[in-house]
Design a protein around this ligand. Structure first.
Ligand code: 48C
Length: 330
């Protein structure tokens, strides 16, 4: 019997072809690619307006001298960005500290975060407080959760503020390593008023302070004493960044928090406290290790300020407060 008659050959060839197709499909569907290297592709059916490289906002700068994007309203397409990140199934952690009377700000912070902060994505908010029973019940949408972590109170608001770096570092080391892709660290005495979403994601993300973004750097409230580890000399520095809003990928924020904490503690051992505590250390860190994305003051405004024309939207803003009433040692 001729083993290789035409029919047998055809069956063998078809089988090999089928196996090949099956292998390619399996490889494409199940290969594990790290987050950063993954090919980003929006939903191919997504329709969006044609982007332009010759027409855009002319009233603000949208890229830094080291080619990091500066995020302003009108410079990004939120639908396109959400579609890109949706396919990555990312998770975002957020830390907020409410020590002492600052628990009074939690309700508005958490309720407005539900309306504006990474809506539709997996979000896990960590509330650090010395008064866990004062954390309000807030209804969270699916995919969003809140964890309360008890911390000791303190007699000095400066210490509360500064200790945030240590608590962020240990939270990442103890809990977040395999539970979050990105983390944002935010002031609690603020409220969300507009979208804060995937446009803010990046390696190391800093927010330009609303109080100084139009000033020359000689007026920035950097730490100016050379003996401090937060020192930035006159004639140096890029922007003045907020201590009340920063973030990025986990390992970048871990390194920032660890560095700022150890520098703050080393200064303290020598009896030095930088001008604006951990915010001073963050500014020196971000001057040396340039952020890969810069968020405009839309991302942390101040309610007592009148809105400048370049501020087309206020997304997150510090509420008006009487420090004498709420700080332990105002
Ligand atoms: O939780 C407190 N309690 C205090 O008594 C003082 C500060 N803080 C935390 O530190 C809050 O999360 C504040 O938002 C943050 C420091 N930031 C501020 O006090 C103003 N945003 C400058």
């Amino acid at each position: 019997m001729n083993l290789f008659n035409g029919k047998t050959v055809t069956v063998i060839l078809l089988s090999v072809l089928l196996l090949g197709v099956l292998y390619c499909y399996m490889y494409q569907s199940y290969r594990v690619v790290p987050l950063e290297q993954e090919v980003v592709r929006p939903d191919s059916s997504l329709k969006y307006t044609q982007p332009s490289i010759v027409q855009g906002r002319t009233d603000v700068v949208t890229v830094t001298p080291w080619l990091a994007p500066v995020v302003w309203e009108g410079t990004f397409n939120p639908v396109l960005l959400d579609s890109i990140y949706k396919s990555k199934n990312i998770s975002i952690a957020a830390t907020v500290f409410a020590v002492g009377k600052y628990t009074m700000f939690l309700k508005d912070f958490l309720e407005t975060a539900e309306q504006h902060f990474f809506v539709g994505f997996r979000v896990h908010i960590y509330v650090f407080t010395d008064r866990p029973n004062e954390v309000p019940q807030v209804k969270l949408a699916a995919g969003r959760q809140l964890t309360v972590r008890s911390v000791p109170s303190s007699k000095r608001w400066q210490e509360i503020s500064a200790r945030r770096m240590e608590l962020i570092q240990t939270l990442i080391e103890e809990k977040l390593r395999n539970h979050a892709d990105y983390i944002f660290c935010l002031d609690v005495d603020s409220k969300f008023h507009g979208r804060w979403g995937t446009e803010s994601l990046g390696g190391m993300v800093a927010v330009v302070h609303p109080g100084y973004y139009r000033d020359s750097r000689s007026r920035f409230p950097y730490e100016r004493r050379p003996k401090s580890r937060a020192y930035v000399a006159h004639g140096e520095g890029d922007f003045y960044y907020c201590g009340g809003a920063f973030g990025g990928v986990l390992h970048e924020v871990h390194l920032l928090a660890k560095t700022c904490r150890s520098n703050f503690e080393a200064d303290a051992k020598e009896g030095i406290e930088a001008a604006w505590q951990e915010e001073s250390h963050l500014n020196r860190y971000m001057w040396i290790n340039k952020p890969s994305k810069v968020l405009s003051p839309e991302y942390l405004w101040q309610d007592f300020k009148s809105r400048n024309p370049e501020i087309h939207i206020i997304r997150f803003s510090g509420v008006v407060k009487n420090y004498a009433e709420i700080r332990p040692n105002a």
